[in-house]
Design a protein around this ligand. Structure first.
Ligand code: GRF
Length: 218
């Protein structure tokens, strides 16, 4: 096994000009996974989406992976006695595949502090609301039912707390009166499919500088 390429620290303005090896973790539909694969290719963003990892055998994202020619691996959580053991297996796999960055895209598991530490500042997540509002798995519906006039999308680094790490990009979206929940979901996903590749582009160009909770775009 080749040694894992040593990462430069993000806050030292890393140069990933040779292409960053990325793994995407997803549990379901995988529309963000697909848009990341397609948009990074179309826009010639220097990332190499090498791998899709799923924790659900029947995840539709796996079908997309086969169609897109991305290696897809299903790891069955039921075969592990704890979340930590499961994450150890994933981290081992990520190292074996020489993965440098992990993008969560509808991954419905809370990742362990062990995983976060193993890829410190190298795990991203996308959330369909303006964090810190409406954390959790039903954010679009929650914002809608709360009667918000504005919601949006957040891309952030992952830390030990759920939907909490330093924010990279956010985009607001107005909820006009009469907008249905399904129309809102559609609009949110459209933003996601633009914002997540943009975050990857910035990262791949070494343009993100992390200072505590603050991510500077340089
Ligand atoms: C997205 O809304 C994302 O923000 C959230 O989970 C959803 C996944 O959708 N974390 P998809 O599987 O990428 O279509």
């Amino acid at each position: 096994m080749k040694p894992v390429r040593k990462l430069k620290r993000l806050n030292k303005r890393a140069d990933f000009s040779n292409g960053l090896n990325v793994a995407i973790l997803a549990s379901g539909n995988g529309s963000n996974f697909e848009s990341l694969v397609k948009t990074t290719k179309e826009k010639k963003i220097k990332v190499n989406i090498k791998l899709l990892i799923t924790d659900k055998r029947g995840a539709f994202a796996r079908k997309r992976a086969r169609r897109l020619g991305v290696k897809d691996i299903f790891i069955n959580p039921k075969e592990f006695k704890s979340r930590l053991e499961f994450d150890k297996k994933i981290v081992k796999l990520l190292h074996k595949e020489e993965i440098e960055l992990v993008a969560l895209a509808g991954y419905m598991r809370i990742i362990s502090p062990y995983f976060v530490k193993s890829f410190k500042n190298k795990i991203l997540n996308i959330h369909p609301a303006l964090l810190p509002c409406f954390k959790g798995a039903t954010a679009i519906k929650d914002a809608y039912e709360y009667g918000c006039k504005v919601t949006g999308v957040t891309v952030h680094f992952v830390d030990e707390k759920v939907d909490h790490g330093p924010i990279i990009l956010q985009e607001p979206l107005k909820i006009d009166s009469g907008l249905t929940l399904s129309k809102l979901e559609e609009k949110i996903h459209k933003i996601e499919h633009r914002l997540y590749p943009e975050a990857l582009r910035l990262l791949s160009k070494g343009k993100l500088k992390i200072r505590g909770r603050n991510v500077k775009i340089i």
